[in-house]
Ligand binder design. Structure first.
Ligand SMILES: Cc1cc2nc3c(=O)[nH]c(=O)nc-3n(C[C@H](O)[C@H](O)[C@H](O)COP(=O)(O)OP(=O)(O)OC[C@H]3O[C@@H](n4cnc5c(N)ncnc54)[C@H](O)[C@@H]3O)c2cc1C
Length: 269
């Protein structure tokens, strides 16, 4: 085991869980701020359900420890957090503060990093990218702020002797990557199959602790986050282009070859 590595008879994992507008009820953009309206009910981003499941499995494999959650969301929203607690996480920190309106990805990372630091975890898990904003930059920024090794695009994670062993998805296959703990790993969809919360889990989640914090509670100057602290500005928003029609292959006896070439080009074969 590397010097200074945690004793992994127990394993404490923090999972970043983003709460997003329900994709089944497409949200609207605020025309003034050009950001997504988030004033309705928010749900657990499906991308993060994989991280919660991965964390629960790693803690079970270690034989002890705890999964806790951190989330930053407006209006003291906890609906998505409760879903992750119902899956089996033990507790959560929610950072919610009107001063966070307009916070960009780096500001989000600063807030989440400050909340994560309170837990001193052995491992931090996030999704590779969220389903609504998806800059895909928050996990690596958190790792940099906390001075942790960052392993991204994990399709498989195992912990052995204080070392994270990760299969890192690449275009052509995967790399095998190892790093000492504590570390931050961002996981892809499909890393594990998320469990459905049981009725017992849903009832238990209602009484699990959720620590509600403001930026001041985290010792963050409100001028470093929100519109005031943003290093980015959304200058324009445009509708996504309509999907192009697909390519049709008429079978003249060579269609199978063209389909194989097409799939090879996409690196599916
Ligand atoms: C100028 C500007 C202003 C903005 N103003 C607002 C605003 O007012 N309100 C608003 O809601 N958004 C706002 N946004 C968008 C917001 O900054 C991003 O949605 C947010 O920073 C997360 O980035 P992402 O979704 O790209 O994360 P990604 O990097 O794609 O997320 C990867 C993973 O990081 C973790 N993660 C990311 N965000 C969170 C979170 N909030 N809580 C817990 N885990 C998380 C999750 O595990 C997630 O799957 C603004 C963006 C800009 C550029």
């Amino acid at each position: 085991m590397p010097e200074g590595a945690p004793d992994l008879g127990t394993m404490n994992v923090v999972v970043c869980v983003k709460q997003i507008p329900d994709p089944a009820d497409p949200g609207a953009l605020d025309p003034t701020t050009k950001t997504l309206k988030r004033d309705g009910k928010l749900i657990l981003d499906e991308s993060d359900s994989y991280g919660v499941e991965m964390a629960l499995q790693l803690v079970a494999a270690a034989g002890g420890g705890e999964v806790s959650l951190v989330s930053m969301a407006p209006n003291n929203e906890v609906s998505g957090i409760r879903t992750a607690l119902a899956m089996g996480a033990a507790s959560a920190i929610l950072v919610s503060d009107p001063a966070l309106k307009g916070t960009d990805a780096l500001g989000t990372a600063k807030v989440l990093a400050a909340a994560i630091a309170r837990k001193s975890p052995d491992l931090v898990i996030a999704a590779t990218e969220s389903s609504d904003g998806y800059t895909g930059t928050v996990p690596a920024q958190i790792a940099e702020i906390l001075g942790l090794p960052s392993v991204t695009f994990a399709k498989s994670v195992a912990i052995e002797g204080g070392v994270a062993k990760v299969q890192r998805q690449t275009e052509a296959g995967y790399d095998e990557v190892e790093c000492p703990l504590p570390a931050l790993v961002s996981v892809t969809a499909g890393v594990v199959e998320p469990r459905y919360p049981s009725f017992k889990g849903i009832m238990a989640a209602k009484s699990k602790p959720v620590d509600m914090l403001t930026v001041a509670d985290l010792g963050i100057d409100a001028g470093r986050v929100g519109w005031a602290g943003g290093g980015q500005e959304i200058v324009d928003i445009v509708a996504a282009p309509a999907r192009q029609a697909g390519e049709k292959f008429e079978d003249d006896g060579t269609a199978h070859e063209r389909i194989i070439a097409f799939l090879e080009n996409l690196k599916i074969l």
